[in-house]
Design a protein around this ligand. Sequence first.
Ligand code: PAF
Length: 286
Amino acid sequence: MQIITTKQELQAVVQACKTKKRTIGLVPTMGALHEGHASLVRRAVNENNVCFVSVFVNPTQFNNKEDLAKYPRNIVRDAELLETIGADFVFAPTPEEMYSEEELNTTFAFDFGGLDQVMEGKMRPGHFNGVVQVVSRLFYLVQPDKAYFGEKDYQQLAIIHHMVERSSMAGTFGNLQIIGCPIVREDSGLALSSRNERLSAAEKQTALEISKTLFESLKWAKEKGATVAAVQQRVIDTINAVDGLEVEYYEIVDQITLLPTETFDHAIGCVTVYCGPVRLIDNIKY
Ligand code: PAF
């Protein structure tokens, strides 16, 4: 496995792969890797000739400086894990290598087709502009055939699909296929997240109530006469009743448009909860 830190070196390696007609799989990450990331990388290794993983804590997608400063970083451990699961190249640039001063300080403009007006987009203004900025740059640099994203960040995945298939950028990325991969959970049900590293043992125990409530809500949705609005409210009330948890939003929306829906067909419930100071997200398909 080779670790690359400059765009120039990256492009040389990508060019060599293209000349040899190797198919390329890309897994974009912000490091602090866990089994969820590992599942994406294993899949990319299996489905492509060459697997690239980017490890870059992208400053332009953080609207909260403290969150950026506290985001866990451990490139040595990440590289060890990536080596054991068979990644070929790790791209780990600095922010200065990735962006010019101007790019770092201006919001990247993009037509989200409304997908950024809800949930995470509403709560974290500019977040998805930063995500699209970095992901589109990675696509230009790595020219992958397939790129892998976790379904835990469901809205991010929907926006990246939009970027590749429906936006004005469509066509720029060749036949790139976006692959969404299922959430990986601990046996307890807790969705794996790099942010879990910031939870104390007691907070981690409390956080279990989030996934437990989401799973329960599948049953509530099947109860006679259950409306989407009632199930949505019941999830919010149940989680808020737990000491140490505070729901920021829970919305049951259409899986494609992310707009509120009145039926459970093709619906997904997306939640954001503060567990102490740590902001956790999770979702469930109905
Ligand atoms: O999901 C993430 O870790 C990030 O948002 C991504 C896709 C790597 C872009 O920085």
